[in-house]
Ligand binder design. Structure first.
Ligand code: CAA
Ligand code: NAD
Length: 391
């Protein structure tokens, strides 16, 4: 296993600055790389704010100050020089295959031979990202959840050529990163399929939600009523969560699933229009909601009745069964646990054991309503065969 002392985080946006913060808190020397100084300025301010908050709560450990950790954080616009003495890199640039491949080539050509190169892609193939960089055996997936300091889950993903040493180092580094809201949960993802475990299981819900958003627009139903349909079981309703993740990221992700899983994933009108208008959610101050004054206060007193959680759970169970069929995870407990750690909502297998027959009927109804064949139940779900599979 590689002895990791210096981590380079590439991309200092929403995810990169959270990754840099927890890496500093774990005691690593960290360099943050971006393409413009103004992005790094913003990231440094966010990291400092987070560390000061943690210091005030005694979360940094005895004698450790935010100022001392900030002194271990370096910055540059020059990726090639940043990785010269790196032991480990975490790429968190935009969700675009071409950009990621260029970044990996630069990292592989300029870093020491032992350096492990991880990508925080939400959905895309680790094998493809690694393919032309020259050292695919050093490349792994390391998928965090937003906001990084507060979400427990990290998925560590093996590409086709990832070495055992790279995977072991990735698991060890992930386990070493603190989480401010409960214990860190690291899930090993056995094969490289779109969306890995948690995002994959939540992916077809986006087909359903895209349809819900377009229906709401047609019927002039306000977004807060859609979020009210989610009730209190969801820490953020679907519209708020899309804004929080970033509508551009959602759009890229759906386009990628449309290419790799089913054309039914093509983003609907509402999401496409928001992205075209540059209303990307929290990061631009506007998406479904206005974020210019911080997290919006959402009135959930009236429901739209357009979207329901039971259908969401049925859709998740169906995709969870496909994940098991493909061998992406070693059993259904890890799928449920990773979902709880990554989304703060329960996975579908617990309730699904009793409900798979009723939920299969529900899926046929929703496939008829939306016209999305991908939502129909798979054999493993319809038969309840997953109940007898390894936990
Ligand atoms: N450093 C230190 N402290 C921090 C911090 C940071 N960076 N960020 C927040 N905090 C502190 C806050 O200041 C707050 O402190 P106080 O309680 O002292 O005020 C504390 O942490 C809790 O913060 P919040 O009040 O914001 O927390 P909350 O209870 O409202 O929960 C949440 C926030 C955890 C984000 C919750 O709303 C939630 O679970 N939302 C759903 C998020 C989700 O689903 N994420 C996954 C998205 S999908 C994804 O990420 C994958 C992908 O590939 C797209
Ligand atoms: P973001 O748009 O907030 O940040 C991306 C940053 O990368 C920007 O600061 C941009 O300037 C920088 N960048 C672009 N090209 C670069 C290059 N060649 N070199 C260095 N920096 C470059 O995006 P984000 O939400 O932080 O997402 C980053 C990655 O993490 C994506 O792959 C995304 O799919 C993934 N991800 C996002 C979330 C989420 O909820 N937003 C969750 C998990 C994973």
């Amino acid at each position: 296993m590689v002895d990791v002392k210096k981590i380079v985080v590439v991309g200092s946006g929403l995810m990169g600055n959270g990754i840099a913060q927890v890496s500093l808190m774990a005691g690593y020397n960290v360099t943050l790389v971006d393409i413009k100084d103004e992005f790094l300025d913003k990231a440094f301010a966010n990291i400092e704010k987070g560390l000061k908050k943690s210091e005030s709560k005694g979360q940094l450990g005895e004698g450790v100050t935010a100022d001392a950790l900030m002194a271990k954080l370096k910055r540059t616009l020059d990726l090639a020089s940043a990785v010269k003495d790196a032991d480990y890199t975490i790429e968190a640039v935009v969700e675009n295959m071409k950009v990621k491949k260029e970044v990996f080539k630069t990292m592989a050509e300029n870093s020491p031979a032992h350096c492990i190169l991880a990508t925080n892609t939400s959905t895309m193939s680790i094998t493809e990202i690694a393919k032309d960089c020259g050292r695919p055996e050093n490349v792994i997936g390391m998928h965090f959840f937003n906001p990084v300091p507060l979400m427990r889950c990290i998925e560590v993903i093996a590409g086709e050529k990832s070495s055992e040493e790279a995977m072991e180092t990735g698991m060890a580094v992930s386990n070493s990163l603190p989480c401010l809201r409960g214990n860190r949960y690291v899930a090993k993802v056995l094969i490289d399929r779109p969306g890995f475990i948690v995002n994959r299981m939540n992916a077809p819900g986006q087909i359903y939600l895209s349809w819900v958003f377009d229906q709401a627009k047609e019927k002039q139903i306000p977004w807060n009523q859609i979020d009210a349909d989610g009730g209190h079981a969801m820490p953020m309703g679907p519209c708020e969560l899309c804004d929080y993740v970033g509508l551009d990221t959602m759009h890229h992700v759906m386009e990628y699933y449309a290419e790799t899983l089913s054309p039914n994933f093509k983003p609907g009108k509402v999401i496409s229009e928001l992205v075209e208008a540059g209303n990307l959610g929290a990061k631009t101050g506007k998406g479904f909601y206005d974020w210019s004054g911080g997290r919006p206060k959402i009135d959930k007193s009236q429901k739209a009745g357009l979207f329901d959680l039971q259908t969401m759970m049925a859709i998740m169970l169906n995709e969870g069964c496909r994940i098991l069929e493909e061998g992406v995870a070693s059993g259904f407990k890890i799928i449920d646990d990773a979902n709880m750690a990554g989304m703060n909502t329960p996975g579908p297998f617990g309730a699904g054991k009793k409900n798979f027959e009723a939920w299969s009927k529900l899926l046929d109804e929703i496939a008829d309503k939306t016209g999305a064949e991908y939502l129909r139940p798979c054999e493993l779900m319809k038969s309840g065969g997953f109940v007898k599979m390894r936990k």
